[in-house]
Structures are given as C-alpha cells and as structure tokens.
Design a protein around this ligand. Structure first.
Ligand SMILES: NC(=O)c1ccc[n+]([C@@H]2O[C@H](COP(=O)([O-])OP(=O)(O)OC[C@H]3O[C@@H](n4cnc5c(N)ncnc54)[C@H](OP(=O)(O)O)[C@@H]3O)[C@@H](O)[C@H]2O)c1
Length: 327
C-alpha cells in the first residue's frame, strides 16, 4: 500500500495535521486523482484550524476542491490521463478532500478540465470562483440585464466577491464593491468595481422599502446588510444569497418581493447538478474568461496550508490562496 501527504482531521473537535496516510483503494465508480492543485476557502480554514464543525466523518482529509489528473479509474468515462477538477460534492466535509497529494473520489463528481487550463489556473477559481459564476449565471438566467442598474457585491474583497466583481464587469454590468476594507480600493477597482461603498457605514433598514438603487445584489455576508440591500433593490432585480460571513440570519419583509418583484436566489454550490456545474465551468473558461491572476494571493505548498488557514481565519486579507499539492 502506498502513502501520501494529506491534511487530515483525525477526530471530531480537532484541527487538521499534515500526515503521511495510506492511499485508499479505488472502489467501483471511483477514480484516483493525482492532485496538482487545491485552493483555500473559508470552509477549509474552519476545518484545518478546527474552529468550525465542517467535517461530518472521521478521519477525513480537508480540502473542498481539487484539480489534477486521473491516474486510476473504475469508471470507463474517466480513464487514466483525463485532466479534471472537482468542487464541493461534500469532499473535505464527508469524503476525503483535495489538500493531499492524491484523492480517491466518486468519478461522477468530476468535471473535465478544458484543454489548455492547468490545475493551478483552475484552482485560482476553485470553489469561490465556481460559486461566483453560479450566482452570476442564475441572475442572468432570471433576466438580470446591465441596464437595470449597478450590482452590489458584498464581502467584495473575499474570494467569491472578488471573482463576482471581475465576472460582472466583464459581462457589461456595473459592480459596486461593498467592502469593510477601506484600504483595498485599488484592488477592487482593478477587479472591475465601478464604485466602492463602505460596508461598515451601511445603515440597517428602517423601512420595508428603501430608495431603490441596486439593479441586483451578490451577497456573501447575510444579516442586516443583506436585509438592507434587498429593501434597496430595484423592481425585478435579482439578489443572490451566497454566504454568511457576518450572519446566517435574515430579517426582512415580503414587501420587496410583492411590490417590486425582487427575486431572492439561493446559491448552493456543493450539490449543484452536473449539467449546470459543467456549464458554469465552460463559461468561466470560455466567454467569461477574465484575468484570474488579479485575485490570486499566493501559491503555497502543502506545508504552508496550516499557517495560511490561520491567516484566513484572522481575516483582513484579500484574494485567494492557491495550493500547489505537488510541493
Ligand atoms: N453558498 C455556497 O455554495 C458557498 C460557496 C462558497 C462560499 N460560501 C460562503 O460565502 C461567503 C464568502 O466566501 P469566501 O470564500 O469569499 O470567503 P472569504 O474569502 O473569507 O471572504 C469573505 C469576505 O466577507 C467579508 N467579511 C468577513 N467577515 C465579515 C464579517 N464578520 N462581517 C461582514 N463581512 C465580513 C470580508 O470582505 P470585505 O472586508 O471586503 O467586506 C471578507 O473578505 C462565506 O460565508 C462562505 O462560507 C458559500
């Protein structure tokens, strides 16, 4: 039995450690991927530091996304040599994840990595980029047009927010960064933000409907900020609810929905059906392509994952860490 390095959580309540573990056997319907890259997401930081209850199975290898090449397979659709990526599908939570040199996964959860896109490039997007793409796609499917007005993007300097700003700008929308970091204006404008609003100064909604200023919203923080933005959304606008960086609570009224036709779209990247998953990735690497180096923070090796996760948990950083799992 061969071994590999992996960030494994051994038991409930513990953080992850970089350990030498056995490479699991490949069962029916599974594939073994040589992991070339992964990325660090908020959930990974919670799992690795042990500060959040992310894992549902023990022991479990952390990492909610990966990109690499199939080396061994029990599924004829995914032969050895196929370049792949995988986000969500409960890896790094219920099943072994991507912060490792190899991963044995359900072959049905794999996405073909397009020709010319290497694993590190794919993981510049990773789960955050896929989620931003999913939100933008769902808003467009629901009729969001640039002339409806600017799109507020909260948690703007984070992974999802950064990619959402770049995508919206590329697609002709006018994204406005709603950020708590007053020193990140240059970064946010370089991504494509047309304006920047200080999230800390944002007032809590005092009425069910406020002056309508947003064509739509991409929200990563939840709580009172989301409630206010919903009350400020113009007729027929789409509000994509993605995250809970501030709060999982949402206190609102039905007024924006029944008097302005505002739509609240739930974004769930983990179990996105495969056809939609593939279409988001095709768009990200096709017509929607943007300069992904803009939001890449640093490429780190497996050894540096613990320190980077602690930095992520401490907050205050911008962009995304990409992990080169071959070093
Ligand atoms: N629904 C899904 O499928 C899905 C997928 C991926 C992520 N998520 C969730 O989406 C959110 C964003 O993910 P991410 O990867 O972009 O995380 P991230 O890189 O950690 O960024 C989160 C951003 O939110 C803002 N923020 C952080 N703490 C905050 C607080 N206490 N109050 C208000 N704002 C705060 C900060 O932006 P500013 O300083 O610029 O305001 C921060 O950069 C997380 O809650 C994550 O769990 C959901």
């Amino acid at each position: 039995m061969s071994t590999m390095r992996a960030w494994q959580v051994a038991a409930k309540g513990e953080g992850a450690q970089l350990r030498e573990v056995e490479v699991p056997a490949v069962g029916a319907g599974q594939a073994r991927v040589r992991v070339e890259a992964s990325s660090l997401n908020f959930k990974d930081a919670l799992a690795v530091t042990g500060k959040g209850r992310i894992m549902r199975n023990f022991p479990c290898i952390a990492g909610i996304d990966l990109a690499g090449t199939v080396e061994e397979s029990q599924d004829p659709n995914w032969p050895a040599g196929t370049p792949v990526l995988l986000t969500g599908c409960n890896i790094g939570e219920q099943f072994d994840g991507g912060l490792a040199e190899q991963a044995v996964v359900d072959a049905g959860s794999l996405v073909r990595r397009p020709e010319g896109v290497d694993a590190l490039q794919a993981m510049r997007y990773g789960t955050a980029g896929f989620t931003a793409g999913l939100a933008v796609q769902r808003m467009r499917d629901n009729g969001q047009e640039p002339d409806q007005g600017p799109i507020a993007v909260t948690g703007a300097s984070g992974g999802v927010g950064s990619v959402a700003i770049a995508l919206l700008s590329k697609l002709g929308y006018s994204p406005v960064a709603v950020s708590s970091k007053s020193d990140q204006a240059d970064y946010l404008r370089a991504l494509g933000a047309s304006d920047i609003v200080n999230a800390r100064d944002y007032p809590a909604a005092e009425a069910p409907l406020l002056k309508a200023r947003w064509g739509g919203v991409v929200d990563n923080v939840g709580g009172t900020l989301l409630a206010t933005l919903i009350a400020e959304t113009r007729p027929w606008g789409n509000v994509a609810s993605i995250g809970l960086a501030a709060s999982h609570k949402l206190e609102t009224t039905v007024m924006p929905f029944i008097l302005r036709g505002v739509n609240l779209l739930g974004i769930h990247s983990v179990e996105t059906p495969m056809p939609r998953r593939q279409s988001v990735w095709d768009a990200l690497f096709g017509d929607w392509q943007v300069d992904s180096s803009l939001w890449q923070r640093e490429v780190i090796g497996l050894e540096q994952v613990g320190e980077a996760c602690a930095t992520l948990m401490a907050g205050g950083i911008t962009g995304r860490y990409v992990v080169d799992c071959t070093r």
